[in-house]
Design a protein around this ligand. Structure first.
Ligand code: SAH
Length: 587
């Protein structure tokens, strides 16, 4: 007698274009097709002369028993499931029936599971790219699973920030489960969390709705719907739900020239969020690589303080995000939370009534606000040396920020713009058309000069402008300020910048490694005097190139100079600080 075979066939969401080649073959190969009525109808055109065993929806067990019986008679039996047969489909049940009978692969009927596109994938494709990161599928059907277990899984997935796909979300009789699920989710996620409701993906009555967690119950949800709930980083853009994979932690996505060079991307210091940087994980091995036992904490402390303090004045983008919970700069926000957790391992825990530590529920006001489509940040100034704004320029700024945009002045004599939902190219174009110098806000070179006493002492202006043309906006490991002052008064503080140039008696004095802010603020080291104008541009370019190529990610120029000991022909000298003078007031 011919050995029987069971083919457990997932036929995908419904449309024939999305059935795999092997699934079609398997259908043709079958002597008998067994399936739930609606599914048999969906693949009707693919069935030739096979006999068909149709059953009602809740008759899976009888379908499985029948499939095994027919296969044991020597028939090839195709058991069909929508999506994937192994995802809330027939595959597991058929195996369970076989196991009960003591089946083994060697002695029993053959079994083949033919994979198909599951609803999580087909529905995600219609929504954009909502899965993209770790996701959990949860069936809300409590016919076979205790509700308590389902609720626990929802809570676990919600607290661990999984994207969640809810299968079997609601039926005629089961209506409360989705409401309870929403309540649990709202304890962990923002009400603005994007939610996609896809009904009958790739079938006749397909329907796609994009909504938010707080509103999802205002829409139709039924047995043919899959509900996809974003994680804390998911956003909606142009009617698409997108969950970032995390590239923005290392890449500047709108730029070809990336601040991190390929070989730097996998270095430990570029990944302070990774396991290798966790204090519990660090071992002697890592300390011997030049890091102290607390190396990881030190790295994080540095990042956190860079973000919260140094960046505070260097980049308004960073400080306002944290301080005012602007809640859009997630990498920075997450990094800050991670840093806090590392400094105090119990920071995210609270004591329960028994005195033991439990993870704190994230308070909802800390959850980043969602639904913001995109914010374009850029900084502008009237010019490298020019400090006055024209009315046309002011009008342009006012117009650009009229639609919920923000405009802030910076300590660097630039204006920061935060503009939601704009086309960056158009914005840059309009800013340039009124004569603005336009610069990115991330780590780049920024040349600024004094106003040359309102352009009266103007001999070195062409040098300043040429430096600006060549270097402004160039991506470097960390922002690099080049200051140029037109006389020895250096009233715009060039000597405090990373690279300072002071024009004096027809030539330039060069200062390297100044630190303008922080408690250890100090001027740069004067490395050379009297560099002729025709040589200074090339010299500065060489300094910048060396730093660009050899600086570590996020390493300010003064730290780089100290670490490498010499740049070009200039040797680093420790800053000794001003002379301490005893207080004459006694105590
Ligand atoms: N094996 C199937 C899942 C069966 S459970 C799979 O892998 O996709 C049934 C649930 O799947 C439905 O309640 C619905 O939530 C989801 N589902 C299946 N097909 C779907 C489709 N075409 N569109 C939307 N959701 C679907």
């Amino acid at each position: 007698m011919k050995k029987g075979k069971i083919l457990l066939i997932g036929f995908g969401p419904g449309h024939h274009d999305h059935i795999t080649h092997r699934a079609k073959e398997a259908i043709l190969e079958s002597d008998i097709i067994i399936g739930y009525n609606t599914y048999v109808d969906l693949i009707r055109e693919l069935i030739s002369d096979q006999s068909i065993v149709r059953t009602g929806m809740t008759e899976e067990v009888s379908r499985a028993i029948e499939a095994v019986r027919l296969a044991e008679e020597g028939q090839t039996v195709g058991v069909i499931s929508s999506g994937d047969a192994g995802v809330y489909g027939m595959a597991g049940l058929v195996y369970e029936v076989l196991v009960e009978k003591g089946w083994t692969e060697q002695t029993g009927v053959s079994v083949e599971v033919v994979p198909g596109i599951s609803a999580i994938q087909s529905c995600a494709s219609l929504l954009g790219a909502p899965i993209m990161h770790d996701a959990a599928t949860i069936s809300l059907s409590d016919h076979l699973t205790p509700w308590e277990t389902i609720a626990k899984r929802v809570e676990a997935a919600a607290s661990a920030d999984f994207v969640i796909a809810l299968y079997n979300p609601r039926s005629g009789r089961r209506t409360k489960q989705i409401e309870e699920t929403q309540k649990i989710l709202l304890q962990y996620r923002s009400p603005d969390t994007p939610v996609g409701l896809v009904k009958s993906a790739y079938r006749d009555r397909e329907q796609v709705i994009i909504t938010r967690l707080a509103d999802m119950l205002n829409h139709e949800i039924g047995m043919l719907t899959t509900v996809i709930i974003g994680n804390s980083t998911t956003f909606v853009y142009d009617s698409k739900i997108i969950t970032p994979r995390g590239y923005q932690r290392k890449y500047t996505l709108n730029r070809l020239d990336q601040p991190l060079k390929p070989h730097e991307r996998l270095q430990e210091k570029a990944e302070p969020w990774a396991l290798h940087s966790h204090p519990d994980f660090r071992d002697e091995n890592t300390s011997s690589q030049g890091l102290t036992e607390n190396g990881a904490v030190a790295v994080l402390e540095e990042s956190a303080s860079d973000s919260l303090i140094e960046t505070n004045s260097d980049s308004i983008k960073a400080s306002s995000t944290i301080a005012q919970e602007k809640e859009t700069d997630l990498p920075l926000y997450n990094l800050a939370l991670e840093a806090l957790a590392c400094l105090d391992p119990n920071a995210d825990k609270e004591q329960d009534s028994t005195g033991s530590l439990k993870k704190k529920k994230q308070s909802t006001n800390l959850i980043p606000r969602q639904g913001i489509i995109e914010i374009f940040e850029v900084q502008v100034s009237p010019g490298v040396a020019k400090k006055s704004f024209s009315s046309e320029q002011m009008l342009t700024l006012a117009q650009l920020t009229s639609n919920e945009g923000e405009m802030m002045y910076s300590p660097e004599h630039t204006i920061f713009l935060r503009l939601p939902q704009v086309q960056p190219e158009e914005v840059v174009e309009s800013l340039k058309s009124v004569g603005f110098l336009v610069l990115p806000v991330d780590s780049c070179v920024q040349v600024k000069a004094c106003d040359f006493c309102d352009m009266e002492k103007d001999e070195s202006i062409p040098i300043a402008e040429e430096l600006g043309r060549r270097l402004n906006g160039l991506a470097v490991p960390k922002e690099l300020k080049i200051g140029l002052n037109g006389c020895g008064m250096a009233c715009y503080g060039a000597v405090l910048e990373d690279i300072g140039l002071v024009y004096r008696r027809g030539a330039f004095d060069v200062f390297l490694g100044g630190k303008r802010i922080g408690r250890n603020a100090h001027p740069g080291q004067q490395v050379v005097e009297g560099v002729p104008a025709e040589q200074v541009i090339e010299l500065v370019e060489q300094l910048v190139t060396t730093y660009k190529n050899k600086g570590h990610l996020d390493e300010r120029f003064h730290k780089f100079f100290k670490r490498v000991g010499s740049v070009l022909q200039f040797r680093h000298a420790e800053y000794t600080g001003p002379l301490e003078i005893d207080s004459i007031c006694g105590d």
